[in-house]
Design a protein around this ligand. Structure first.
Ligand SMILES: C[S@@+](CC[C@H](N)C(=O)[O-])C[C@H]1O[C@@H](n2cnc3c(N)ncnc32)[C@H](O)[C@@H]1O
Length: 243
């Protein structure tokens, strides 16, 4: 059992406060809708077409956007998140869409499940929150522990390619919310996994492009599945297999 750290508390409380506005702030409005749609399509695309209904854990699931999609596809989904208000909203969404997702309040760095319990893990918009590399290592050790050998992980990472640019851009944000892992740190985090495929979900200034041309933004978003855009996307989705 890991101790709850100062960053767990700080980040958790941030999402407690944001919960009621979370879906609207991330997935509302024309660009938010495009982002949500693209992210879900990308997850669908990354997963093998032959994947049978299986035991899934969505880690730091928030209000359950990915968890609900996977439940709709027939998987047995558990969604865990540190923020109780986020979990309550996710539960309400699952109830109203009659999807059997089990929502649990818990810490991603201390998952309350036995070893090798899940076939598929998903963790999106989480790894790059402003916590330390050491905390990320503990989190990824937990992911390795609860995943069956040969099991799959869909993991969203901030592309190290954009590292210095993202840092520069963040100076203009009031509160620092994201921190990138370097290339070497990312390699350390995903050690013990084989990278099966990757895709990109977002690019710097895509929201701005969307204001000028929604069609161009949609096109660029979809092209994140293919080179060269899959290499330069800001938010990269990795499909990993536990060795
Ligand atoms: C940007 S949101 C992403 C939520 C969801 N994955 C999505 O795509 O909408 C980050 C989530 O991580 C959760 N979180 C932060 N620290 C956590 C921790 N240590 N364990 C579990 N969840 C955590 C927050 O409560 C929040 O719901």
């Amino acid at each position: 059992m890991v101790k709850e750290t100062e960053s767990d508390r700080r980040i958790g409380e941030r999402y407690d406060r944001l919960a009621e506005r979370y879906d609207q702030s991330r997935f509302g409005g024309p660009f938010g809708e495009l982002h949500a749609d693209n992210m879900l399509r990308l997850i669908d695309w990354l997963l093998p077409a032959t994947l049978k209904p299986c035991k899934v854990l969505d880690v730091a699931a928030g209000t359950g956007i990915a968890a609900l999609r996977l439940a709709k596809k027939g998987h047995a989904v558990t969604a865990i998140d540190i923020s109780e208000p986020m979990v309550r909203l996710g539960q309400a969404k699952a109830r109203s869409s009659s999807l059997p997702v089990t929502f649990v309040v818990g810490n991603a760095r201390s998952l309350p499940y036995p070893d090798e319990h899940f076939d598929l893990l998903v963790s999106v918009m989480f790894l790059y929150l402003d916590w330390s590399h050491e905390d990320r290592v503990v989190f990824m050790n937990e992911m390795r522990r609860v995943l069956k050998p040969g099991g799959l992980l869909v993991l969203e990472v901030l592309n190290p390619f954009w590292g210095p640019l993202v840092e520069w851009y963040q100076q203009f944000l009031e509160e620092r919310r994201h921190t990138k892992s370097t290339r070497r740190q990312t390699a350390e985090l995903i050690a013990g996994f084989e990278v099966l495929t990757t895709g990109a979900c977002n690019y710097p200034k895509l929201a701005w492009i969307h204001r000028i041309s929604p069609r161009l933004a949609r096109f660029l978003a979809r092209m994140g599945r293919y080179p060269p855009l899959r290499w330069v996307g800001l938010e990269r989705y990795l499909l990993l297999r536990k060795l």
